[in-house]
Every structure is written in C-alpha cells, then in structure tokens.
Design a protein around this ligand. Structure first.
Ligand SMILES: Cc1cc2nc3c(=O)[nH]c(=O)nc-3n(C[C@H](O)[C@H](O)[C@H](O)COP(=O)(O)OP(=O)(O)OC[C@H]3O[C@@H](n4cnc5c(N)ncnc54)[C@H](O)[C@@H]3O)c2cc1C
Length: 298
C-alpha cells in the first residue's frame, strides 16, 4: 500500500503499515456464544477477536484506511462456520428480530456491504464449508465457499473453465461473485456472472429454495434472478450451478507500450480483432505492474 501511495504522490501522514488491524479492546458476550451453540456444534462458532475482525470488513479504500488508523467500526459479535448439515437449523431458527445473519465469503467486497451496523446482534456466516463439486453433463454444481482459484483448478483438470476471472480471483468466492454480480477480466469472451450461472441453491428463514438446473426454464421465478446482485439480503447462497465451458487449448497474452494514455486509446480503436481481454493502463498503473509484485492474472 505504501508503494502505491508513494507512486500516486498522495500526501499522507500515514506510517508504514504491516497489514494488521489496529483495534481497541473488544467487548465479549458469552451469552451470544451460548445461544449460537443451541444450533451449531462447538467447532462452528467463534467469538475470538481475530475471527470477528477477519469476518467484518471488506477491502474498500475507506475500510483499509480506517483499519490503518485504528478507526474501524466495531466488528461483528460472532462468526459461524456452518456446513450443509447444520446450516438449516441455524438459518431457520435463530431469532431474526434480535440477530442479523450476514453471509461472508472472501471479504474482498469494495462497497462497504460487510461493515457492521449498530442495532441487532451481528453474526457473520462464513461460507468456507460449502465446498460441493458435482460435474454433470451440461453444468457443474459448486459450493459457494470455494474461491475462484480453487474452483478453476478443479475444472482445469477436466479441461474445463468457469471463465470468470475478477482481479480478486484468488480470494473471492463463488457465492460472493453471485451476490455482488461480479464480472471477470475475460468478460469480452465469457460475459459476466449473469451469463455464466444457470441456477442457484439458496437458504433463507423458510428453508431451501433452488432452481431446476437446466439451460433454460420457462416456469416461474428464477432463484438466480433473486440471488444475482442480492448482497446477502435474499438468503445464503449455498451452491452455484455454472455452464460448462471448454478451456481454450492455447492462450496468448501480449503487452504493447504506447507513448502515453491517449496514444493507447487511439491504438485500441484501430484494433481489427476481438481478444477476450484488453486492458489499457496509465503511467502509474504500468509502473506498479512492472514491479511484478501485483500480478493479478490467474
Ligand atoms: C483487489 C480487488 C480486485 C477486485 N476485482 C474485481 C473484479 O475484477 N471484478 C469484480 O466484479 N469485482 C472485483 N472486486 C470486488 C470483489 O472481489 C467482488 O465483489 C467479489 O465478487 C466479492 O466476493 P467475496 O467472496 O469476497 O464476497 P464478500 O466480500 O465476502 O461479500 C460480498 C457481498 O456478498 C455477500 N455474500 C458473500 N457470499 C455470499 C453467499 N454465499 N450468499 C449470499 N450472499 C453472499 C456478502 O454478504 C456481501 O454483501 C475486487 C476487489 C478487490 C479487493
């Protein structure tokens, strides 16, 4: 971060930062832990400081700056890690008038959606235990807690690809992609998440609701339409069915240097072919990329 701040020539009094959150002492509430243990086994409830902080904030500039300055909002009161067997008991029976259950994937969101708000007792539902992988003839059903990197590696073994490569690919999750209507860097070729998902399995306080996982269904309301862009408000996405796509046999990435940004725009407008990704970087971004530390391509 300091390198980027220097490169952008932003004047700041901030000191060197080691990436740790600077927090005040956190109040503890054993009653919350006891209550959550009515629904989940011991290993799936955490109220320690580190779990709470790590499941409370996204990665927007404001959240990062607040963390550096020791100015973050108070973190969530507890974190739960349910699995396919235990999630229903929690989501259906926890008292929603008192408890706010917020799904959390890779915590890479940049909209502030994860920041705790005052009022109800806030519990983050971390999705890391939703890791199903079922490869069918015309779709693949995958657990919402898999990261992009994990899901892509599994499919690559079968010469298949998800085709969604957001820059946060290594840390963001499939459930997070759907809930934030994410789009990847090769969207010229594959489209955004709304073009890739054929169905969703989601759980809310009334239990599970899910799509028929068919390429096209003319009946009723699609759960995928409710889930895409829902930011966790419609329920917890447990599984995502993706279109199956063949991984290209070969890929070529090439870089060209232009004298300046304007020349770059002119160059791109003359291009006579349509690559899956074209990215024009300005001088600052180019110099950061040339450092080699910030390589985000899969
Ligand atoms: C460096 C960086 C690069 C990025 N690049 C891109 C990019 O190229 N394209 C892009 O679109 N975005 C990008 N983002 C934004 C972010 O990565 C995406 O929004 C991503 O989809 C969030 O996924 P996540 O698993 O981290 O979700 P989280 O940050 O954990 O959660 C995001 C929202 O989704 C909800 N949610 C998470 N999981 C579930 C679930 N299972 N069920 C229901 N709701 C859920 C949460 O409640 C929250 O509202 C980038 C972010 C960073 C920090």
């Amino acid at each position: 971060t300091n390198k980027i701040v220097n490169r952008l020539m932003i004047k700041t009094d901030l000191q060197e930062w080691n990436g740790n959150y600077i927090m005040k002492d956190l109040p503890k509430n054993e009653k919350i832990r006891k209550y959550l243990l009515e629904f989940l086994p011991e290993g799936q409830v955490a109220t320690d400081d580190i779990s709470r902080v790590m499941n409370s904030y996204g990665k927007s500039s404001i959240e990062i700056l607040r963390a550096r300055m020791g100015n973050s909002n108070e973190p969530v009161d507890a974190v739960v890690y349910p699995d396919y067997e235990t999630v229903e008991n929690l989501v259906k029976n926890a008292d929603s008038r008192k408890y706010q259950l917020v799904p959390v994937g890779g915590t890479t969101c940049v909209t502030g959606a994860l920041e705790p708000v005052k009022g109800k007792i806030r519990v983050s539902i971390n999705t890391r235990n939703f890791r199903r992988v079922e490869l069918k003839e015309n779709y693949v059903l995958m657990g919402s807690g898999l990261t992009g990197r994990e899901a892509e590696s599994i499919l690559n073994e079968y010469e298949l690809t998800l085709g969604n490569f957001p820059e946060s690919f290594e840390h963001s999750t499939l459930g997070g992609w759907v809930a934030t209507k994410a789009i990847g860097q090769e969207s010229n070729q594959y489209g955004g998440i709304e073009n890739l998902v054929v169905g969703i399995r989601m759980i809310g306080s009334n239990g599970y609701f899910r799509d028929e996982f068919a390429p096209r269904n003319s009946e009723g309301i699609d759960v995928r339409e409710l889930a895409i862009g829902s930011e966790g408000r419609m329920g917890l996405i447990t599984d995502v069915a993706f279109k199956i796509q063949k991984k290209p046999e070969r890929t070529h990435f090439k870089s060209y240097f232009f004298k300046n940004y304007e020349e770059g725009i002119k160059g791109l407008s003359k291009m006579r072919f349509h690559p899956s990704i074209v990215r024009l970087s300005d001088e600052v971004e180019t110099s950061i990329a040339l450092d080699g530390e910030f390589n985000s391509m899969p």
